[in-house]
Design a protein around this ligand. Structure first.
Ligand code: GLC
Ligand code: CA
Ligand code: MG
Length: 577
């Protein structure tokens, strides 16, 4: 089949020598669950270091490590008590230095998590604030307020916390004051209007930059500044937005705790700090050594997300709209086009992502009927995903994502096609979402189960013992790394081929033009290099097999092709011609 319509250009190619972060594939390691060196059932830094060659062989450019800092683990480490040290659960600062050096020796960059919206309640500043009492400068580092009502025993406003319940907790009735926590009760929000907080975080950035990290993933980057006066807000505080995308701005009114314009001046200041570490070569090129900021900002539109990646702010911001898009050709086509329009308007790369530690893995999500509201965890008694369909669509979705120009994040285990653990007993769950939502939202444990490395070993090779901090489903044995390595057609080998081909053919810096003329259930585009080398990418969402254009040669496909190279349903193929 041929087409007569000229391709519609959506995005122009970048320079082939663009900075690394404009096209990097970055692999998220969730340290608790990747590799355990000492058998206590919790992953750790020495475990990660020992397994890094696996990532070089997989073909990623960088890793992002979720938090490994000193923490009582009330929110799995997103509650930091000391931003400049490693929790003994994960190792020591010396282990972090060894990990960094080992990664760099393998040619991998390392991005660490930065959690600036809140600390742990065990942070020395919060402890000092409690002791120092109302009116003290120590309290000014957090958001303490008097309560409402005659005795001040009602919260200062009606905000709900993301995990459920009030966003305020009272110190004690004698003390009288309340503190704000948008997340768990053990995660008090900092007061970012206080210059002391700003200075402290710039110093924390320097601490890790001096140790050699290549950048930071910035946790809830859209939350640091709250609207003055902390006005009431009647809507629930979902972190991820609903599936229509709009929660932060219902009826045209911006939520007082999300995406306030004041956050941007913080990131401009951070960019100045990072730029002082980004040396420019004799030929004026700095890209190979750039240290970067990647924002986690759950905001309502591509236009709002683009504001975080303006030239003097962050380098990247996750494209969560893509993650939230339903498995429909039109929805994806529109989402991809609007992503490029917004990112290109500020000269930033798009940053694609399908899975992370906060959402149901895409191999499970895509196994639910199209149109299902995205669940916050799946558990016993919930509608269960179709595992085979989910995996097939997940492989097609990843092959689509990795053909898109820009940067992409992978979440550990997706290269094995891991599903969420969806039948985990509720009494082993650890995410505060489950109790705080009054046992209505299962939360995120299903995506956080320890990695299977060797199908025949206790804990599937996660560590030297049979301990795992969350139970691994029996289905993980057959998906273990050793069961998939060098096995033709395995998901692991598909990821390796996608990453190698993407790199060889420069897909991360190519242009994108729609290829018109195929059925409306098909998404098709050409990714062309600046030199004009063309890659045709086709994803078939329909039931009818799609005949590919004459003369096109398949480079790889997410599922086996049919007669004459036809593309079957729920399959992505990369072609050259
Ligand atoms: C981010 C993290 C999430 C955490 C929350 C509070 O969204 O990804 O895991 O619970 O911030 O720090
Ligand atoms: Ca351990
Ligand atoms: Mg230590």
């Amino acid at each position: 089949m041929t087409t007569t319509a000229p391709p519609t250009r959506v995005h122009a190619a970048s320079r082939p020598d663009s900075p690394w972060w404009r096209q990097a594939v970055i692999y998220q390691i969730y340290p608790r669950s990747w590799a355990d060196s000492d058998g206590d059932g919790v992953g750790d830094l020495p475990g990660i270091t020992a397994r890094l060659p696996y990532l070089r062989d997989l073909g990623v450019d960088s890793v992002w490590l979720s938090p490994f800092y000193t923490s009582p683990q009330a929110d799995a480490g997103y509650d930091v008590a000391n931003y400049r040290d490693v929790d003994p659960l994960y190792g020591t600062l010396a282990d972090a230095d060894i990990l960094l050096a080992a990664a760099h020796d393998l040619g991998l960059k390392v991005i660490v998590d930065l959690v600036p919206n809140h600390s742990s309640d065990e942070h020395p500043w919060f402890r000092a604030a409690l002791l120092a009492g109302p009116g003290s400068p120590e309290r000014e580092r957090y958001l303490f307020r008097e309560g409402r009502g005659p005795d001040g025993d009602l919260p200062p406003n009606n905000w709900q916390c993301v995990f459920g319940g009030s966003a305020w907790s009272r110190v004690t009735s004698e003390d009288g004051q309340w503190y704000l926590h948008l997340f768990d009760i053990r995660q008090p929000d900092f007061n970012w209007e206080n210059p002391e907080v700003r200075a402290e975080f710039e110093d924390i950035l320097r601490f890790w930059l001096d140790r050699g990290v290549d950048g930071f993933r910035v946790d809830v980057a859209n939350a640091l500044i709250k609207e003055a006066g902390l006005p009431d807000w009647d809507e629930p505080l979902h972190l991820l937005g609903d599936d229509e995308g709009v929660v932060h701005e219902p009826n045209g009114k911006r939520a007082p705790m999300w995406d306030q314009d004041g956050v941007h001046e913080i990131y401009r200041a951070w960019r100045r700090v990072l730029n002082s570490y980004n040396p420019i070569d004799a030929d004026g090129y700095s890209g190979e050594h750039d240290r970067i900021l990647c924002g986690e900002a759950w905001v309502d539109s591509q236009e709002r997300i683009a504001r975080y990646v303006r030239e003097d702010e962050m380098h990247q911001a996750f494209n969560f709209d893509f993650l939230k898009t339903q498995w429909r050709a039109d929805d994806l086509r529109n989402g991809i086009a609007s992503s490029y329009a917004a990112a290109d308007s500020v000269g930033a790369p798009t940053t694609w992502v399908l899975s992370n530690h906060d959402v149901v893995r895409h191999a499970s999500r895509l196994g639910l009927p199209v149109g299902t509201k995205r669940p916050n965890g799946i558990g016993v008694g919930d509608p269960q995903p179709d595992t085979a369909l989910g995996l097939r669509r997940a492989r097609a979705a990843t092959a689509l994502m990795l053909a898109l120009p820009g940067s992409a994040y992978l979440y550990q285990g997706e290269e094995l096609g891991l599903p969420d653990s969806t039948d985990m007993p509720d009494d082993v769950r650890q995410d505060p979402t489950w109790p705080r939502s009054g046992h209505t939202e299962r939360g995120r444990d299903g995506a956080r189960v320890p990695m299977p490395w060797e199908g025949n070993r206790p804990s599937y090779g996660f560590g030297p013992s049979d301990q795992t901090w969350l139970p691994q489903p029996a289905s993980y044995a057959a998906l273990a790394v050793d069961r998939q390595a060098d096995v033709e057609g395995s998901t692991l080998e598909l990821y390796r081929a996608l990453l190698a081909t993407r790199r060889e053919r420069g897909l991360g810096v190519g242009s994108l033009s729609w290829w018109e003329g195929l059925s409306e259930d098909v998404l098709a585009f050409v990714n062309a290099s600046a030199a004009g080398e063309r890659n045709l990418v086709i994803t078939n969402f329909g039931v009818e097999p799609v005949v590919v254009p004459e003369g096109a040669q398949a480079l790889l496909s997410s599922s086996p092709l049919g007669d004459g190279g036809a593309v079957p349903t729920d399959t992505t193929v990369w072609l050259t011609w």
